[in-house]
Design a protein around this ligand. Structure first.
Ligand code: ZN
Length: 242
């Protein structure tokens, strides 16, 4: 039924469309991911100004007609995140965070917790662009897995419940595994296991850190969990650096 909806939204992507328009991928608290067209946004006198760029948090009125594509009627800025935009590392982590949300939560199912998690991540990167570390990026993804109902089992073997000698990780099994259940697993160091536990248990602003090899194992655990249980391929959590 046609009508207008007022909603907060985070701009995940902003694509040029035609002469002067943009297609936006928005993440909203109660309507999940939606696509909307903003008309005339690339004209110099557009009423939208520059606020339909990625990472803006907006309050928008969207008109819903018969098409799946909504139309942006008005948009006001709640957070522009200007400091985040001045840091290449923070921009990279923010872009990959938005991409992970778009892949794991691609539908209009409401996940208010995901909206708040992404809001928090962008606010954190804006308040302190130096927070854009691999540890932060991976902790964000662990929390996304939880929001998707895919939290990996970390306290006991995901196959048999054994609580000792948890030295492997299996995406198919859904978490850490013991040596008897290690088929299809890869070796997970104690540091990587500790990182995953800390990333789940601590607030995003206090994301743990770990050495490069533990972080690489943690990233593989997250990637394989998303592949096996959500059939989603996540890109790398951080760039390969300068
Ligand atoms: Zn086992």
């Amino acid at each position: 039924m046609p009508g207008s909806v007022k909603t907060e939204a985070i701009v995940l992507r902003s694509l040029r469309y035609g002469e002067a328009d943009r297609i936006l991928h928005l993440y909203t608290p109660r309507r999940g991911r939606v696509s909307a067209i903003a008309k005339g946004v690339r004209r110099s006198k557009s009423r939208f100004g520059g606020r339909l760029e990625p990472f803006f948090r907006l309050e928008a009125v969207l008109y819903e007609g018969r098409s799946e594509l909504l139309t942006v009627t008005t948009a006001s800025t709640l957070e522009a995140h200007p400091r985040l935009r001045e840091s290449a590392a923070a921009l990279d982590v923010a872009a990959r965070a938005c991409d992970a949300v778009a892949r794991l939560f691609a539908t209009d199912d409401p996940h208010p917790g995901v909206y708040h998690l992404l809001s928090n991540e962008l606010a954190l990167l804006d308040a302190d662009p130096a927070a854009a570390t691999a540890g932060n990026a991976l902790a964000f993804r662990m929390k996304l897995l939880v929001a998707a109902g895919l939290a990996p089992q970390l306290a006991a073997c995901a196959s048999c419940g054994e609580r000792e000698h948890l030295s492997g990780f299996s995406g198919a099994a859904g978490g850490v595994v013991c040596p008897s259940c290690e088929a299809g697993s890869f070796s997970l160091s104690q540091d990587a296991h500790d990182f995953l536990v800390g990333a789940l248990g601590q607030p995003l602003a206090e994301a743990p850190s770990a050495g490069p090899s533990a972080l690489a194992q943690a990233e593989r655990a997250i990637r394989e969990t998303a592949e096996h249980h959500a059939h989603v391929r996540l890109g790398a959590a951080v760039g390969s650096g300068p």
